[in-house]
Design a protein around this ligand. Sequence first.
Ligand code: FAD
Length: 417
Amino acid sequence: MSACINSVVIVGAGQSGLQAASSLRDEGYDGAIYLIGSESGLPYQRPPLSKSYLDSDMAVDELHLEPARWFNETRVELVAGEHVESIDRQGKRLTMTSGRSQAYDHLILATGSRNRALPCMSQPVDGVLSLRSINDAAALKSRLAGARHVVVIGAGFLGLEAAAVAIAQGCHVHVLEATERVMQRAVSASMSAAFQRHHETLGVQFSFDTLVVDIHSRDGRVSEVELNDCSLLPADLVLVAIGVLPNSELGATCGLEVRNGFVVDDLLLTADRSISAIGDCAAFPYAFDDNEIIRLESVQNAVDQARYVAQRMLGNVQRYDQIPIFWSEQGGSRLQMVGVARGADQSVVRGDPEAGAFSVFRYRNERLNCVESLNRPADHMAARRLLQRRLSPSLVQAADVSFDLKSLLATATEVRS
Ligand code: FAD
């Protein structure tokens, strides 16, 4: 650690912010750490909010990433319920909404992302919800208990996870999607088809290539969703799940470059070498794909980038090069992904889609860049090791379930970018 770093300030007390504080201590950093977050209460994990927390009696305590005593024990000062409004880079000081200010030697931006709003909704309607925070999840959970007709807008991970919970609770569930298939942005057509079948078997209805043009209410509560073909769907609960935007407004207050997130280099540093950015809010060069700038929204990315920044600050000079991993649980089916399928031009299926257990190996320029697995954890584990080492099975090898993918780890030629 550079001798002049006596205080690290982390803005955003979510998954990556908490991990950065924890990893700094693990790595031996002894200076002051301030963890400032807009939300009140202890930092918590979000994945259960659309899964186990929604469909069980899971207590809020179980969501907390660390108990209250951890902050005393590790001397991490948690400043909860304070929104950072501006950064003075010259003076190395930031200002919060309350007027409080805090000096830093190094600043870590870990501000995450927020839900996109439904374009046709100019003001809130009772019964139209979104899901990001504990409070959102608590509201959704209590509304689900009395709901009959649930409309989910957006067939991404979050919308589908919530749809699976709602159908299991006996609701009639209709999912609306603007594109032609589920999880279109993230997975192959084969994987989309398998998940659509799975949800339809559970009883979920879908409408694709469909836009919501209006939300109707009766007696102050949502009653119908109007679609672009003029049809009306009855609804007593609507979940808007149409993606997220990075929380990067702070960049404008101090002239940091923002392009779909705070732009960082391969050390996760902004152009200001006293400021790093990590997690959902960071746009970083992807080591496995010609250093194209990408932004990811996942726990593994948040945790790995936080750990990396702590190690870098304590002296590691290697670039950030973790391979992305993602998972989703939808009505008893588990999707695991490794890599990012940017520009994939070939793909091959391993396993049996009809039986609901298969993987899709996706390639760009004959190089493996992403593997999606549905209920095939062994493929996922092998793919993690292959991609980390930039190893590509041939299409024939990948499609042959009798071929041992792990054997390539010992024999195949490595392809370095
Ligand atoms: P966050 O955890 O969102 O934390 C950012 C924090 O910064 C927030 O508390 C925010 O209030 C605060 N903040 C923002 N601006 C300021 C400011 N100016 N001042 C102070 N504080 C600020 N990922 C997976 O990999 N698998 C899953 O199954 C999965 N399921 C999910 C389910 C749900 C319902 C949601 C919402 C997300 C899910 N994710 C999942 C995504 C994952 O939770 C995020 O990628 C992860 O939380 C990102 O961590 P982060 O630290 O970047 O952001």
